[in-house]
Design a protein around this ligand. Structure first.
Ligand SMILES: C[S@@+](CC[C@H](N)C(=O)[O-])C[C@H]1O[C@@H](n2cnc3c(N)ncnc32)[C@H](O)[C@@H]1O
Length: 300
């Protein structure tokens, strides 16, 4: 397992407490309304290590479903597949592993999951013209791809009434406390956001707020939306091991993204990073990232 899979596994707990409860409740109600005897046909794009499938099943949102989970990174899907049997046991589900996923059954629940390694755009291009998806999930994906393009593609493909659940999308605000040099950090965040906006694959540092417009422009009807901020601080004086790994990864990401940036003084940046890392080491840093969740559907 690489650092990225470890990060995705560590991120689960932070995501879980950050998901907007109103949007989650609206998702549960909309899914219950659509659930027929055959269960739901669900597509997840950018599924990582499978955290959202487990959350939807564990949280009782999905009881009968055919779930297709797509990600471009085969190591993520290997990690997701290897964890399914152990997780199913804890959930009280019998798990039969298939060549590309698993069938899970127990206590009135019947689920199948198929894991597909593919670029999400290539996957959608190769999908049939009217795939029978009831729900499409994209969790922390639209801020790293061409979101308007992806939504237009989904609007073209999906049938009327199809739901889209889009949680944890970054919205242009990161802060750390205690403060070090607020004015200098403003410049740092400006460059950090600019580097996100300039990614060749697309993505925007303001995806959270922009989704409001992009969903409407693509023809989706907004059902619910709300903030889903990440907040990590040492509860009772200490981070959990997952929170520690998560914070280390966030600081490494900022390091990786901005080291050598022509508009950033190398020495000042290295000094800032070591002060922030020391705050993590002393278990005193608080990290906040502003994010948004959306639930929408295609009009019937
Ligand atoms: C920030 S991670 C989120 C993963 C997971 N949804 C979660 O929140 O734990 C973004 C995921 O999208 C995948 N991804 C990004 N661009 C992709 C693309 N164009 N096609 C397929 N997967 C992609 C990455 O491999 C990664 O697993």
């Amino acid at each position: 397992m690489s650092t990225f899979q470890e990060y995705l596994l560590a991120k689960r707990a932070v995501d879980h407490r950050s998901l907007n409860p109103r949007v989650w409740a609206a998702l549960g109600a909309a899914v219950a309304q659509r659930a027929g005897p055959k269960g739901l046909n669900v597509l997840e794009l950018g599924c990582g290590v499978g955290a959202m499938f487990q959350r939807l099943v564990g949280g009782g949102v999905l009881r009968q479903a055919r779930y297709t989970a797509v990600d471009g990174d085969a190591d993520n899907l290997d990690c997701a597949l290897s964890r399914l049997p152990g997780w199913s046991r804890e959930e009280g589900l019998a798990c039969q592993v298939t060549p590309d996923g698993a069938v899970l059954e127990g206590a009135g629940r019947e689920l199948s999951i198929r894991l597909v390694t593919a670029d999400v755009f290539a996957f959608l291009d190769s999908a049939s013209t009217r795939p029978d998806w009831d729900l499409v999930v994209a969790h922390a994906l639209l801020d790293v791809v061409d979101a308007p393009g992806l939504l237009a593609c989904l609007a073209r493909l999906c049938r009327p009434g199809c739901l889209v659940y889009l949680p944890i999308h970054y919205d242009g605000l990161t802060c750390f406390e205690p403060q070090i040099d607020a004015a200098w950090e403003e410049t740092l965040w400006h460059l950090y956001h600019h580097s996100m906006d300039a990614r060749p694959a697309g993505g925007s540092s303001q995806t959270g707020r922009r989704l409001y417009t992009w969903l409407r422009e693509a023809g989706f009807r907004l059902l619910e939306a709300g903030a889903a901020d990440w907040m990590v601080f040492p509860r009772d004086g200490a981070y959990t091991p997952d929170e520690r790994l998560f914070l280390d990864f966030i600081l490494d990401t900022i390091d990786h993204q901005l080291t050598g940036h022509p508009e950033l003084d190398d020495e000042a940046f290295a000094g800032w990073l070591s002060l922030r890392r020391a705050q993590v080491e002393r278990q005193e840093l608080m990290y906040v990232a502003h994010q948004m969740d959306y639930l929408a559907c295609l009009p019937e």
